[in-house]
Design a protein around this ligand. Structure first.
Ligand code: BGC
Length: 500
């Protein structure tokens, strides 16, 4: 089947029949914490909140995290050259999305250092050189790097998630958040320091990178970190608390951090393209509940980054004092991560007096081995219990396109250890993408599949297998899954299999 597809696509006239433009970016996405550690020595970074969080005995005992050790991972820190070659040669990628780890580069507080030069005196030199070499390797193979400045993790000198969790014990979901030192995204200091880190990164790597992601999935950070309703709805990201005012504060600080990082990168390089990456979920079900969920999860942050709307009470209305110039226009593109559908029920009353529109209950995940008490999958679900729903992609691309900026699909993929769904999943989503582009719903410039190799899936550890490549945790050898071949055929000819 694959061979006949390759031959069919190689026939004359193919250039005219491309589904995606010649200059379209094709690649995979990875993130530092999820991929770098592994092998012997494991080259693990022990200075991030996620390191502390994923090793915390109470989290493991409560089942909030899997207990898998991130240090038993794919070892991308050592294997980065070979991995970049796999992306280029086996997948035909012309772009490569990755992140740099703030806590590796700056394992200790940089308090007092303001300028890139001052920060550079404090940097871990080996780590800084390592990322430089990695970016050079990616470019040397003919791929354009897309560099993410923050993919979920924070240095522990800014975030002590265990202390934050303890400080919230006994605090109600609408009570004012307690003051905590090293409060992560609850703390203005994290915002300021992130702006400086972004300036350093652009100063140091600007000659190698022109596509920058400020923050990956700010709403996931806020919701999974601060809206954990035990037994009902929980993502158990650090600091694993249940507090609406904390979630709102985190979102507002993340919007500010996006703006500061945007400005900082542009100050170093005016021509750089900089944007946030938004996880977008296709909400269906109760109409009012789905609209509210869409507003809270898919739109609030982008409205802030593009229009400067600071909807403090999250009531869907922008009132006096909720328009901010210091947030507005801080995106050159919108990155969209799309994975699944969520079915929403609209409960009669808001769950919160802080977030007016939080009056819905979403089902994001169905029964799977780590969630044995979840509801059974209503249609087709991945190994990780996510409901496959390519149809939902179109509306979200329209939504992203409505901001008037170019769009990159910065992640799309599934957990599928047997690889019996991946090729179809990708082709189905790419077909919807092609339709949205043809119909002018969004100016989409590129597509990054999640992910190059299996990796550490945050609270769920190593069970979900998202990779085109699996790996042997002992030897770190990569093994290609069959779907890689299909993806390569698509990237090579810019065409989807199966004609229309
Ligand atoms: C994140 C990735 C994650 C993936 C699969 C996205 O939410 O950016 O870090 O591994 O989804 O769940």
């Amino acid at each position: 089947m694959v061979l006949s597809l390759v031959l069919a696509l190689a026939a004359p006239g193919v250039a005219a029949a491309r589904d995606f433009p010649e200059d379209f970016l094709w690649g995979t996405a990875i993130a530092a914490f999820q991929t770098e550690a592994g092998g012997r020595p494991a080259n693990a970074d022990t200075h991030s909140d996620w390191w502390a969080w994923s090793h915390d005995p109470a989290n493991i005992a409560n089942g909030h995290v899997s207990g898998d050790r991130v240090e038993r991972g794919p070892g991308h820190w050592r294997r980065y050259r070979a991995d970049a070659r796999l992306a280029r040669r086996r997948l035909g990628a012309n772009a490569f999305r990755l992140s740099i780890e703030w806590s590796r580069l700056f394992p200790r507080s940089t308090h007092g250092a303001r300028t890139p030069r001052q920060l550079d005196r404090l940097v871990d030199r080996a780590a800084a050189r390592h990322y430089e070499a990695e970016l050079r390797a990616i470019r040397g193979l003919g791929m354009r790097p897309m560099l993410t400045l923050n993919h979920f993790t924070l240095p522990t000198w800014l975030h002590d998630p265990i202390a934050v969790r303890a400080a919230f014990a006994g605090v109600g979901p609408d009570d004012p958040p307690p003051a905590v030192a090293r409060g992560g995204w609850l703390d203005e200091r994290t915002v300021t320091e992130f702006g400086r880190f972004a300036a350093w990164a652009a100063w140091r790597y600007g000659h190698l990178v022109d596509l920058w992601v400020t923050i990956n999935e700010p709403m996931v950070v806020a919701v999974n970190g601060y809206v954990n309703v035990a037994g009902a709805f929980a993502g158990w990201f650090p600091p694993g608390v249940y507090s609406f005012p904390a979630a709102v504060r985190a979102v507002r600080n993340l919007a500010k951090a996006n703006a500061l990082a945007y400005d900082a990168v542009h100050r170093q390089d005016r021509r750089a393209r900089v944007g946030p990456v938004q996880n977008m979920i296709a909400f269906t079900g109760d109409r009012r509940g789905a609209e509210h969920a869409d507003y809270v999860f898919n739109r609030v942050f982008l409205n802030a980054a593009v229009k400067g709307w600071d909807d403090k009470d999250v009531d869907g209305r922008i009132e006096a004092g909720e328009r901010r110039r210091d947030l507005r226009g801080r995106a050159d593109f919108i990155g969209v991560n799309y994975y699944f559908r969520s079915r929403v029920i609209g409960p009669p009353a808001p769950a919160s007096s802080t977030v007016a529109l939080f009056d819905f209950l979403p089902t994001n995940t169905y029964r799977h081995p780590l969630n044995p008490t979840g509801p059974p999958c209503p249609t087709v679900c991945t190994d990780f219990g996510a409901e496959v729903y390519p149809q939902g992609f179109r509306g979200l691309l329209r939504r992203a396109g409505s901001y008037g900026l170019p769009v990159y699909v910065t992640e799309n993929g599934l957990a599928d250890a047997d690889d019996d769904m991946r090729a179809e999943y990708l082709v189905d989503h790419l077909r919807v993408l092609r339709g949205a582009m043809r119909d002018g719903l969004a100016r989409v410039k590129g597509y990054f599949a999640w992910s190059l190799m299996d990796n550490f899936e945050w609270a769920a550890g190593y069970y979900p297998k998202f990779g085109f490549f699996s790996y042997d945790p002992r030897t770190l050898a990569r093994h290609e899954r069959a779907s890689a071949r299909i993806f390569h055929t698509i990237t090579r000819f810019g065409r989807l299999p199966g004609g229309q």
